[in-house]
Design a protein around this ligand. Structure first.
Ligand code: PLP
Length: 394
């Protein structure tokens, strides 16, 4: 029996979500833009899903735009706002952090290649950005700030609300609206998301991180905030994310969002208790260090990340896989060389630990028995003597 502890990578689709989708795969398959009865049914289903997602984020349904995934939401927000800034001769300065997901790093690097100045804020050894660093990085040329709410590799939760307040103060000082985007893809279903309280202009989520299928996401865009499209087509999603709506996936996202909202407190409590148990079992292992915040208030519920001295993350993942435990590693092997992740490097994780990262992430379907069994297997594998690192000849 497989023990799945890789819920930060993706989650299993909930049976209630599968059930809700089936109707829109089998019977109500109309195009939401068609004016006949089948089309109107589909249109209504998209509207209900929009309402459900808005409920999870605490905003109006008119502020929700469906996308094909989290990556698309992040790109549409950052590059779409950059197009708007350029069209209005705004300052070409973007602030982000050194631990973002590639779907934020990618657009930031692209903008840099187009002449934008990009500031990557540092993080401390727990993966947290200081609000003071953000404040001092903002200049009268700053137009876009993109800071993730929760990190996928080390689970750190940024003080987004304080950052939102700081950005609002800076916007007033400089007499302009600084666009504040947050990638909340790891946080949906695990943290309370209230876009008003956070003070964000835009926020991205992705269905497959909270029990909807892969291939659907959403972007919250505050009413009155402008972005321009980065893809062009038939005008769906008010022309910002065009393309025929992925109806069954959108219904799934809406259903998963409704359930995530209804069960949020219970889910957080359950994930916290599994997380505490995993940490209590793993932390005493010699040569193992917990990466990311030790203070659980600053860490994503259910998320545990460790680094094992003188080990290779991918090898540990494969050994665990052979014993039926699914986890992941941030240290990937490229062309025979183990590359430490940019996140662990930014956290200044010691050299002998950089390559031995393992992420263990519990989810809605994880049981206590799963975690106990996985802990026994992990203890055996993580404590096994590691070969001395091979001498590098070049
Ligand atoms: N941002 C974060 C923090 C993520 O963890 C992921 C997925 O791993 C993404 C963005 C990309 O989302 P998607 O897989 O839906 O494109």
């Amino acid at each position: 029996m497989t023990i799945y502890l890789d819920n930060s990578a993706t989650t299993r689709v909930r049976p209630e979500v599968v059930e809700a989708m089936l109707e829109y795969l089998n019977d109500h398959f109309g195009n939401p833009s068609s004016i006949h009865a089948l089309g109107r049914e589909s249109y209504k289903a998209v509207a209900l899903a929009r309402q459900n997602v808005a409920g999870l984020l605490g905003c109006s349904p008119t502020e929700i735009y469906f996308s094909s995934c989290g990556t698309m939401s992040n790109n549409a927000a950052i590059l779409g706002r950059a197009r708007f800034v350029e069209a209005n001769d705004g300052g070409r300065h973007l602030i982000t952090t050194s631990i973002e997901h590639p779907s934020v790093i990618g657009p930031a690097r692209y903008l840099e290649s187009q002449g934008w100045r990009v500031t990557c804020l540092p993080v401390d050894s727990q993966g947290l950005v200081k609000v003071a660093d953000l404040e001092s990085a903002i200049t009268d040329r700053t137009s876009i700030v993109s800071i993730m709410l929760a990190n996928n590799e080390v689970g750190s939760i940024q003080p987004i609300q304080e950052m939102g307040a700081a950005i609002e103060r800076a916007s007033r000082k400089h007499g302009k609206e600084i666009f504040f985007h947050t990638d909340a893809i790891q946080a949906a279903g695990k943290l309370k998301l209230d876009v008003g309280a956070m003070g964000v202009s835009a926020l991205s989520i992705s269905g497959h991180k909270f029990h909807a299928p892969k291939g659907v996401g959403a972007l919250y865009l505050r009413k009155g905030v402008n972005i321009m499209p980065i893809t062009f087509g038939g005008g769906q999603e008010k022309g910002l994310l065009p393309g025929t709506e992925g109806l069954p996936n959108i219904v799934a996202l809406g259903t998963a969002a409704r359930l995530a909202g209804e069960e949020l407190d219970d889910n957080i409590a359950r994930l916290r208790s599994l997380q505490e148990m995993l940490i209590a079992h793993l932390e005493p292992i010699e040569g193992l260090t917990l990466t990311g915040p030790r203070d659980l208030d600053k860490r994503l519920p259910g998320h545990v990340s460790v680094a094992v001295a003188n080990a290779e993350g991918e090898a540990l993942v494969m050994q665990l896989d052979l014993k039926g435990v699914c986890v992941s590693s941030a240290s990937a092997c490229h062309k025979g060389i183990i590359e430490p992740s940019h996140v662990l490097t930014a956290l200044s994780v010691p050299c002998n630990m950089l390559k031995g990262s393992v992420r263990i992430s519990a989810g809605r379907f994880t049981t206590r028995e799963d975690c106990e069994k996985a802990c026994r297997i992990m203890t055996e594998i993580f404590s096994a003597p590691k070969p001395a690192p091979a001498a590098r000849l070049n």
